[in-house]
Design a protein around this ligand. Sequence first.
Ligand code: BGC
Length: 780
Amino acid sequence: MNRIQETIGRVVKHVMDRVTGAGLMQEENAPEGERYLNPGMPELIRQAAAESCVLLKNDGVLPLNKEDEVAVFGRCQLDWFYVGYGSGGDVHPAYRRNLMDGLRLAGARVNADMAERYRVWTGEKANAADEGWWGHWPYSHPEMPLDEALVRRAAQTAQTALVVIGRAAGEDRENTLTQGSYYLTELERDMLDAVTSVFSKTVVLFNTGSIMDMAWTEEYGDKLSALLLVWQGGMESGCAAADVLYGAVSPCGRLADTIARYYVDYPSAANFGGKEFNEYKEGVFVGYRYFEAKAPDCVLFPFGFGLSYTGFDAQPVSFAHRETGVEVALKITNTGTRPGKEVAQLWCHAPAEGLEKPLRVLAAFGKTRVLNPGESEIVKLSCTEKDFASFDEAAHCWVLEAGEYLFEANGRQIGSFRLYESKVLESCEPICIDSAALRERISVRLPAATGAAPAVGATLEDVRAGRVSLAAFIAALSPQELEALTRGEGMMNSPFGTPGNTGAFGGVIESLRKKGVRPLITSDGPAGLRLQRFTSLLPCGTALACTWNTALVEALHRKLGEEMGHYGIDVHLAPGMNLHRNPLCGRNFEYYAEDPLLSGKMAAAAVRGVQSTGHASCPKHFACNNQEARRNTNDSRVSERALRELYLRSFEICVKEAKPLTLMTSYNKVNGVWSHYHYDLVTTVLRGEWGWEGTVITDWWMQRSRSPEFPQLRDNAYRVRAGVDVLMPGDMSHTARSYRPDASLLETLGKPDGITRGELERTARRVLQLELALSPGAAD
Ligand code: BGC
């Protein structure tokens, strides 16, 4: 796109935003207000970013010695990617540390000529990093052409070269199989050629949020001494990278994804990017589940992999199989010469007979504290039987099939048990059923109105104080008030909240506010609070998953919860927890992993952290938002088994372990039905089977549609019947000042097959329960 087109696009979008209140362009809004810095947060971010670094290769060059000079190549040493773009980025921290900052602050000896060259070149207007605009962000920045003489000069004093390869992504579009996105550019290759032909020691740093092509690392072979994934580590990224490079932190990150040699090796490669739909033909064989069983030779670096500067031994201590699951203890000893942390991974090999299964699945994981050389720690791990069960589609149940269950931890067999008969763990209702059956299912389960005597004149404060029951308070609400509780205020950047918020729901009309129902303020997520205020910028989701450290992720999110309190934010629109089904998905950086257990546990930790401060998390996007292109219309066609074992499973783990107060549906359809109208996903499974009682909100601006089961119902009525409580940010024709009741919701109230008072009261109860659970707001 040329500059003129870009400028026109920018202006059009800007005008649209002003008119609709859509706020897509918030990234262009500079932060205002005090230069807030949450005490203790930078340290945690730095630790998390350092623990996320995955060392893929090291011939001994790392850790570097501070006495030796390094020459740093690649413009991202300065134009560092701290996070990706879109709603999952766009956080404004008080400061950020790029790699060069990190090296300097660490006291590293950096080749001054090279550093100056990059400083001057990136500072020239023609070369300035272009951040683009919504949906047109850079995948990378064009590299500075390198003159070989300059490289030679640097090599006269510098022993080692650091080469930074940077990649970014953002929502609403995919990464592409092109140079500068998934592949290296010519200039990056030229840079690698020039550097490796002169330096005998070259360390490549990957500053990215998701997996990119790495087949070229094999071509360069021994010319590359070390490969280190440093991810997009948030505001302290550069310092964290320096911590690892110079050995203040021994690398202890492990891959949350399989890195295949070629893109086409990924099992979803042939069924990704479809315009109308994607058949998830690979079924449960996603990530390592596929590669280990079906294509082991295609793996460059496996899931769970990562090197350290020290060595570890893991000895089985105990193994117990009980009714509830498996418990093991593992003694991990640092057998090397440097301090470091080790990740413990428990894997289960289920019997091969019966249903086709992956060779093994991750069943539990944990991480040691920093162990000094010779020091040991007993790590205890536990999992439920469901963590290694299969879903039998024909019988509609979770099952452990008869045979031997073998457990392995850190490469050692740790125990096993045998089942002589198949064991059904849980029988489930079929989901994604046909329209007639769904109509029947919904009809017989319609909720009744509370029937309580209306507490006329009561306020929510009376409910809080126990003077009035919630049922009686709800019974006194008018249909218009009940309607208003089913949708947001109508726009982003609610005047009720701190500027830059993503909208409000709850007390969005005057009469509700008079009854003490306040507007609940939302903010993106996941990389911090996306506000027009100074807030902390966290490492991206992939990076957090690579720490394999749930306690750290929880602590980080407890701090984030404090920031929510500071800025009066009630609901954090995070964590993002869709699985990395395909490496090109534009939002992979926001999400955690290819594996549902790792993803679910990370999300649970994030939710626990935020919610311990009295605010709400909102895990998203439920479910199967695994592609960004045409995300509003695309249909994810998934078998029930893959849904339950993978795409719903990660949410199930999070919901059951951490009880998020809210949850966000996705834009896409799942097996032909938009998620925000999906009764089976939201009501049958999430609430029915999992027993979750929180508030479901939609993603922002949803597709309108008519219910096939109840043709009288359309749009919001269709949604409320499905059990999706709140439309966000609300109908765009409503603003705080010009409220009109939503005709589509109330037009069928009380009519045959129409929306019922009981359904409206059900939604009201969930929204009000959320209000009651939250700490009182405190806008800045
Ligand atoms: C994204 C959500 C986000 C929302 C509000 C949508 O475009 O899909 O993840 O929370 O916008 O910004």
